[in-house]
Write a protein that binds this ligand. Structure first.
Ligand code: NAP
Length: 288
């Protein structure tokens, strides 16, 4: 059991973990810390955390695990603030959507990734933000990726793994670079497409009609464009290389499709759609 967990940034992701661990009886006390008091008060009212602190030293004192639930662009500043107050045995972990940037931030702050800092990323979320949107079931049957390195402390790694398992997740380990490439393809690129599509349509002259007649498919495809802009701004700028590779590749494929449409090349169009349907149908079957 984790006797005390401190969460720096009690939003959707951190708040949902707190709820899940409490429900599982896997944590003694959850302490919240953050840049503003109001959401922390709300988190106490909702029963997500047991107390909050406004002093970082008090917030982390006696904690077995400190979880960073802030946007990836804030990680370095948060680690700098935390550094003088961490006990020798304290485990640090995070939930950031990019891992290379978080590890680089830790290296700048600590000199190297501390053995008891286990970077993590739950592959679960919604387009909502804030502690009010958090719920205990968010991680049930979802995956959490951990990116330990060769120096990682095995006890710390196993404690973080156990914590996510208690929240209902399946935990997999992955090298940092592979994480960033996979997530660029499966999460970051789709968010770029959704944001850009909605923004493009919203700036067309007849955008009122376009949105009025948008049906279920449009809603499904663009749901994620309602995600937190600041959070996604941070993700783009913190996974630049892998994301640009995917955007370029996607752009090339879209250009091929445009050429096929222009040339009336029905065979290419049909083959593209058939390959996509086959891939998605089998993906959904194996993941349902
Ligand atoms: P969220 O609900 O908006 O919560 C973010 C938390 O970070 C809030 O407590 C917020 O404090 C705090 N925060 C924001 N900017 C900060 C700054 N500059 N300095 C210090 N604290 C700051 O976001 P979330 O969805 O939980 O996302 C948190 C992390 O999880 C991000 O790193 C994100 O990449 C990752 N993640 C998100 C998802 C998802 O689908 N949402 C999925 C997996 C991983 P205030 O309340 O004061 O604003």
């Amino acid at each position: 059991m984790i006797r005390q967990l401190t969460i720096y940034g009690v939003g959707l992701i951190g708040g949902s973990l707190a709820r899940a661990l409490k429900q599982a009886g896997a944590v003694g006390e959850v302490v919240g810390y953050g840049r503003s008091v109001e959401p922390l008060q709300k988190a106490v009212e909702l029963g997500v955390i047991d107390r909050y602190e406004t002093d970082i030293a008090t917030a982390v004192a006696g904690s077995d695990v400190v979880l960073l639930g802030v946007p990836v662009g804030a990680m370095e500043a948060v680690l700098t603030e935390l550094r003088p107050h961490l006990g020798a045995d304290t485990i640090i972990t995070d939930v950031g959507s990019t891992k290379g940037s978080v590890v680089a931030a830790a290296e700048r702050v600590f000199g190297s990734l501390p053995p008891r800092f286990i970077p993590g990323h739950p592959i679960a979320g919604t387009e909502q933000s804030g502690v009010e949107a958090s719920f205990a079931e968010l991680y049930q049957n979802r995956r959490v990726i951990l990116t330990p390195d060769g120096q990682s402390d095995i006890d710390a790694l196993e404690q973080v793994r156990w914590m996510w398992q208690q929240a209902g997740a399946e935990v997999v380990d992955m090298p940092v670079a592979h994480h960033d490439e996979v997530l660029a393809a499966t999460s970051h690129l789709p968010h770029m497409l959704a944001f850009t599509l909605v923004d493009t349509l919203a700036r067309l002259e007849d955008h009122d009609d376009i949105f009025r007649f948008a049906a279920g498919g449009f809603r499904d495809f663009t749901r994620i464009a309602s995600s937190n802009p600041q959070m996604w701004h941070d993700i783009c700028l913190n996974n630049r290389e892998a994301l640009l590779k995917m955007i370029t590749r996607f752009g090339e494929e879209l250009t091929c499709l445009a050429s096929a449409i222009e040339n009336g090349d029905g065979e290419t169009i049909l083959k593209t759609f058939e390959r996509a349907k086959l891939a998605r149908d089998s993906y959904c079957e194996t993941n349902s």
